[in-house]
Design a protein around this ligand. Structure first.
Ligand code: ADP
Ligand code: MG
Length: 450
């Protein structure tokens, strides 16, 4: 179905609703091979690859299909499902791409980052750890400037923030090619600003940033310590916000936790919706793995998926790394993927980040290293010999776990998030000039597990 074909576009909308409504696995099983033959408000003709699918869809999903049609067409058409003439029971290879928003279309996206065509909503596996962020991102992509403004996504590295931001871009450009979308990293925004100031081109800079319909800035926490850029961003924000333009930001921490960010920006960030992405739970990890394996065109046995989901917990990039590694091994060894291969891959990749790290584990390790008592680290004493190991613990907890600053504070007798932030900054800057400390931190990081 070509892009200019209105039936094709309408079908994409319908498919998007189905995707949102039924669990991914079910959508893949039942609807992926579905094709639209014709589509009018009176009658919709669809095909599926075989009779089994047809019967099942009619039995289980007829109501849902009609509801989706009603939502998109504003009518209640008759639904015909036939068997495709070239009926092939296996799902067509190009199916996901055909259903995904087209990223090669002329679009109004302006960005110096090439958007990753794989970072779509279709390829994003929702779960309890990211449901809220996922739903908020969809809502914003559906009605930019109207639902949640700004949308502020935060969470530690490798958990899907960039993926969601780009998914919003893809969906918006496919639906609203008329919109001007500006997607960039915080670094780029900063660099543009600095250059504009240096060249006396602030007017041009302002025109560019303040005349868009949607502004997405990834990793906004890099605004920390950049006062003039913050000031400029503050005005950009206000102008866009007042004109009901959508602003979407991602960060590695909550607005309040970004060090040295101005209070007035923090409060603006909180005007809309602040959604957090957490590390995925076990079931989501399995589903993500299955998805990534499928994208390689491979099949891993369930026990391999389970092994990886159990052993690679910290972030999704690590899960992808494991899949890539195993896929490569299968090619080299020329044999099907099995548990031994997965074990070997995991051993090779084995970095501390691939094991589950707990704050308690960190405290144990650090207490042992400095020869202090765990209860002292968690207690109230402020002597130097205790304060320093405590700060090291906080630093490592921030670096190696996905807990928020406030949660980390909780492990140290309920200290508040600014204390943790201070400790983190202090140890970080100290380790930059103190090679001994830097080595100690590395050794400690290597040694901690759950
Ligand atoms: P972040 O920006 O939070 O550091 P990314 O968006 O770069 O993380 O995600 C890291 C990798 O994990 C990407 O390749 C992305 O596609 C993948 N990923 C993250 N979350 C999901 C998810 N829920 N479903 C599928 N893939 C995901
Ligand atoms: Mg990112």
């Amino acid at each position: 179905m070509s892009r200019s074909d209105p039936a094709g576009k309408t079908w994409e909308q319908i498919a998007a609703i189905l995707r949102r409504t039924v669990p991914r696995q079910q959508f893949e099983t039942w609807f992926r091979g579905m094709r639209v033959v014709s589509l009018t408000p009176e009658r919709v003709q669809l095909t599926v690859p075989n009779n089994f699918l047809r019967e099942w869809i009619l039995k289980k999903y007829r109501g849902l299909l009609r509801a989706a049609l009603r939502e998109v067409l504003g009518a209640d058409p008759e639904v015909d499902i036939a068997i495709a003439e070239d009926g092939d029971p296996s799902p067509p290879a190009e199916a996901p791409a055909a259903a995904a928003p087209r990223v090669d279309a002329p679009s109004a996206i302006e960005s110096d980052i090439v958007l990753n065509a794989q970072y779509t909503f279709e390829n994003f596996v929702p779960g309890p750890s990211n449901n809220f962020a996922h739903a908020a991102a969809l809502a914003v992509a559906d009605s930019p400037g109207k639902s949640y403004n700004p949308l502020f996504l935060h969470g530690s590295v490798g958990l899907g923030k960039t993926h969601l931001l780009q998914a919003i871009c893809h969906l918006m450009t496919s639906r609203r090619p008329d919109m001007r979308i500006l997607y960039l990293s915080c670094e780029t925004f900063t660099n543009h600003f600095v250059t504009a100031v240096a060249n006396g081109e602030l007017d041009g800079f302002r025109f560019r940033y303040r005349h868009v319909d949607v502004l997405l800035i990834d990793d906004i926490h890099f605004l920390a310590n950049r006062e003039r850029t913050q000031e400029e961003f503050f005005h950009t924000f206000n102008t866009l916000y007042n004109a009901n333009k959508q602003i979407i930001l991602s960060s590695d921490s909550t607005p309040v936790e970004i060090p040295t960010i101005e209070e007035r920006l923090v409060s603006r960030f909180k005007w809309g919706i602040v959604a957090r992405v957490d590390p995925p739970v076990y079931e989501t990890r399995v589903a993500i793995l299955a998805r990534k394996v499928e994208m390689h065109g491979l099949l891993f046995p369930d026990e391999v998926l389970q092994f990886l989901a159990e052993n690679v917990c910290s972030n999704i990039r690590e899960l992808e790394g494991a899949v890539n590694k195993i896929a490569g091994m299968a090619r080299i060894y020329r044999r099907p993927v099995d548990l031994d291969m997965a074990r070997e891959a995991h051993r090779d990749l084995g970095s501390p980040a691939t094991t589950r790290i707990s704050v308690d584990g960190i405290i144990r390790k650090v207490a042992d290293h400095f020869g202090v008592k765990i209860t002292d680290i968690q207690g109230k004493r402020r002597t130097k010999s205790i304060v320093f190991p405590r700060q090291v613990c906080m630093f490592l907890a921030r670096r190696l776990t996905s807990h928020s600053l406030a949660e980390i504070g909780g492990y140290f007798g309920g200290r508040d998030h600014t204390t943790v932030m201070y400790a983190f900054e202090k140890i970080r800057s100290q380790s930059q000039s103190d090679a001994e400390l830097s080595k100690t931190l590395e050794r400690l990081s290597d040694g901690v597990t759950s």
